[in-house]
Design a protein around this ligand. Structure first.
Ligand code: NCD
Length: 284
């Protein structure tokens, strides 16, 4: 049974083959998952991740049980997380879990009889966002994930997409990381070998191939008003790309959206492409 709990569950071969299939299929519909059922079990808000799994599943001919609002489920009556997972595993072929606690997806995998896909656990990991983020980089840098200068900015302490992405990119050769955040929001992960930490983005803008911007996570107690100016973004190298897992609050001005370096809406499109193939792999 293939659980997707951490980027450590994703081998390079698995990723390259998934990305290659996603590039060929490009989100097109088929009936590969006809008769299969996915449960979306979300204990935290979500727009993109839950909808993208819904869209991927239905475009493969399958269906989704959407539990996007646990206060209207038996959780409100005091049902344990384990019982909810066991219940849903008795009526679906896989479960996507988002939860505020680190390690929740691992707990789910221990009691589930079907594959668990971690869609974000606390401030720990978000491996399916990393499949998409890795694909975006793979696509715009000639199918490579090496020799890149990656600047990550925002709430690095709580950004689970940041942690999963750093773990992935750290597996490839010659990547250099610039971590930009105020001191109290710095990365809560061992720094990769080639890393530089600063609170001033201007120091590293010109030495950036991939700028990965994240919001400040108020719900996890972070406070900081963080925003990049159009002028700062426009000073990035012509060949760079700008990514954001979204939601954005005020980190990137909308005026930058039409710049060809802005790839955050591509990331959302790629979410569907990659999750179609991922669901086929997990449910086969
Ligand atoms: C992120 C998340 O939930 O971790 N969003 C996403 O899934 N694309 C990022 C965030 O909430 O800031």
């Amino acid at each position: 049974m293939l659980h997707i709990l951490s980027v450590n569950d994703l081998t390079d071969d698995f990723l390259y083959s998934l990305w290659s299939d996603a590039s060929k299929r490009k989100g097109k519909s088929n009936n590969s998952l006809k008769g299969k059922v996915l449960t979306n079990l979300f204990y935290e808000p979500s727009t993109r991740t839950s909808s993208s799994f819904y869209s991927a599943m239905s475009s493969c001919g399958g269906s989704v049980i959407p539990i996007n609002n646990v206060q209207f489920s038996s959780v409100a009556k005091g049902e344990s997380f384990e019982d909810t997972v066991m219940t849903m595993s008795a009526m679906s072929n896989a479960i996507v879990v988002r939860h505020p606690d680190n390690g929740a997806a691992d707990i789910a995998a221990k009691v589930s009889s079907v594959p668990i896909i971690n869609a974000g656990d606390g401030n720990s990991e978000h491996p399916t966002q990393t499949i998409i983020d890795g694909f975006t980089i793979y696509n715009f840098f000639n199918k490579k994930l090496s020799n890149l200068r990656v600047t990550l900015v925002g709430d690095l302490k709580n950004g689970r997409t940041v942690k999963s992405l750093v773990k992935l990119l750290n597996r490839f050769d010659n990547n250099h990381f610039n971590f930009v955040s105020p001191k109290n929001l710095s990365l809560s992960l061992d720094l990769p070998k080639s890393s530089y930490e600063t609170s001033d983005i201007n120091e590293v803008l010109k030495e950036t191939d991939v700028l990965y911007v994240t919001r400040v996570q108020k719900e996890r107690g972070s406070v900081h008003d963080y925003s990049l100016t159009l002028k700062q973004l426009e000073s990035l190298p012509e060949s760079s790309i700008v990514m954001h897992p979204f939601p954005r609050v005020n980190e990137i001005p909308v005026e930058f959206d039409k710049d060809r370096r802005a790839k955050y809406f591509e990331q959302i499109r790629y979410g569907l492409w990659c999750r179609q193939i991922l669901l086929e792999r997990v449910m086969k």
